[in-house]
Design a binder for this molecule. Structure first.
Ligand code: FAD
Length: 454
């Protein structure tokens, strides 16, 4: 019998994962990506001598699917993962704290010492924070009623105040949900805090790429796809997906048509319904209502080192998170002695339309407040990257808008970090969704996901 033919539309992490999984299971897979590169929302570009990530991406030890993906594409060596969670937290005026888990201590006691010694909160607020952790641990992320509430409302109901929300819970929630605690879905927050922080001691150890994202998600992933026999066509914009299924796409100036056995649509919702209007009549239709939320990154290149920290979170400053990208960007080679910091601002609705000059001025000043050495350093380059549709807007009430892999159309599966994976819109969710979509079209039982156990 001929091997089943599968077309995957979209070469982000979801599409790549779906393609690899289907090819590994014996399908003849074609992947169509409209851009000239793979990697979707997590990519790099050149700026002079630098290789710049569009936005800093981190993962946690509990991200079993993304770590499977890294292994599958031979990319684990291009990342680093902490031995134990350790987040330096900086505030203006030289104040700082540290959120570090205690080695060898099981959850949730692994964070007790960190909270007890967290100097960015008063002693009373530290005790309050412990009560908040206990309350968060009571939540079941799978309880549908949680999605109708916000994290902020729940935290306040359980004794948390502005200080603990700003200096503790918000640091984690805003970065992982790309939305402030007062808007974010409590169900997704429960997933983050339980799976990521409170249920297992090692879960929240932080990982990130030590190479440009493009090396991982485009170069290494491209090689893995080729090795698996996947036919990848870049610059191929799919125009319609109709019943059959039949896929019409434009590549090299001409329109082509293919009729595979199955299609995986791994594109964001704002593209999806234009491609396949018939989806408006299926259970996937509510996804049209999903909105998006922006992330802004501010990149600053100094003539000298201004900090020894690999990364830090900020409190009382517009610098939500800052990462040292000196090594991974190639600055170390092109400008020995310089330092490149990338600031991440999530839930950046207030910043997304501000002119670059104003953003740079504000953040160069904010970095100087956090890092005294930056006050004497010369800024060699500073620029802004904006992702207006970085993630879907992970507000209360969005769980029913996220369909599973079954599109409702015969032979067509859905994938994407925005689909119903139980995870926030992250690389982990993207990979899980791709694997689930491949399994859906192959008819493989979900118990096959066992390799993703955290
Ligand atoms: C700045 C930023 C920072 C982030 N930080 C983190 C982080 O720290 N940790 C984390 O886990 N996640 C982070 N994320 C989220 C993460 O990047 C996404 O969840 C994930 O990459 C989404 O993958 P995806 O495959 O679902 O979708 P996408 O990456 O959006 O891929 C969809 C692909 O489909 C293609 N496409 C669309 N229409 C067509 C068409 N008609 N024909 C052919 N191809 C088409 C697109 O070009 C794209 O390549 C961040 C995102 C951004 C933007």
């Amino acid at each position: 019998m001929a091997e089943p033919t599968v077309v995957v539309v979209g070469g982000g992490l979801a599409g790549i994962a779906a393609a690899l999984r289907a090819a590994d299971r014996g399908c003849a897979v074609t992947l169509l990506e409209s851009r000239p590169r793979l990697g979707g929302a997590a990519f790099s570009f050149r700026r002079g001598e630098l290789t710049v990530d569009n936005g800093q991406h981190v993962f946690l030890r509990c991200c079993a699917a993304y770590r499977w993906f890294l292994d599958r594409v031979g990319g684990t060596e291009l990342t680093t993962l902490q031995d134990r969670l350790d987040i330096p937290v900086l505030a203006p005026g030289g104040r700082s704290g540290r959120l570090r888990r205690t080695s060898g201590v099981p959850a949730p006691a692994h964070l007790t010492a960190a909270l007890a010694g967290y100097r960015l909160l008063s002693v009373a607020d530290r005790a309050r924070a412990v009560r908040g952790a206990v309350a968060l641990r009571l939540l079941n992320p799978a309880d549908p009623s949680l999605d109708r509430r916000t994290l902020g409302e729940y935290l306040r109901r359980h004794g948390q105040n502005d200080a603990t929300i700003a200096a503790l819970w918000g640091i984690v929630a805003t970065a992982t949900l790309n939305l402030g605690p007062d808007d974010a879905s409590l169900a997704l927050a429960a997933k983050v805090f339980r799976t990521g922080l409170l249920d297992s001691a090692a879960a929240a150890d932080i990982g990130h790429a030590t190479a440009p994202l493009g090396e991982l998600h485009s170069v290494a992933a491209g090689a893995a796809l080729a090795g698996a026999g996947v036919a990848v066509t870049l610059g191929a914009r799919v125009e319609t997906v109709g019943g059959g299924p039949v896929v019409r796409f434009r590549a090299d100036g001409s329109v082509r048509e293919v009729r595979p056995d199955a299609v995986v649509l791994a594109v964001p919702p704002r593209e999806l319904f234009a491609l396949a209007p018939a989806l408006s009549g299926t259970a996937a239709a509510p996804a049209r209502q999903l909105q998006t939320a922006p992330i802004v990154n501010v990149h600053v290149v100094y003539d000298r080192p201004v900090t020894d920290l690999p990364f830090a979170a900020g409190v009382g400053t517009p610098v939500q998170w800052v990462f040292d990208r000196t090594e991974s960007s190639g600055l170390r080679r092109s400008r020995p002695g310089g330092q490149y910091l990338a600031v991440t601002v999530s839930a950046a609705d207030d910043l997304i339309d501000v002119p670059a000059r104003a953003i740079v001025d504000r953040f160069v000043a904010a970095l100087a407040e956090l890092f005294p050495r930056a006050r004497r350093a010369e800024v060699l380059d500073a620029f802004v990257t904006r992702e207006r549709h970085a993630t879907f807007r992970q507000a209360a009430g969005t769980a029913p808008l996220r369909p599973g892999p079954d599109s409702g159309l015969p032979g067509v599966a859905l994938a994407g970090a925005w689909t119903a994976t139980g995870w926030p819109d992250t690389m982990e969710s993207a990979v899980r969704s791709g694997v689930a979509a491949a399994q859906h079209i192959l008819g493989v039982a979900s118990s096959d996901l066992v390799e993703f156990a955290a």
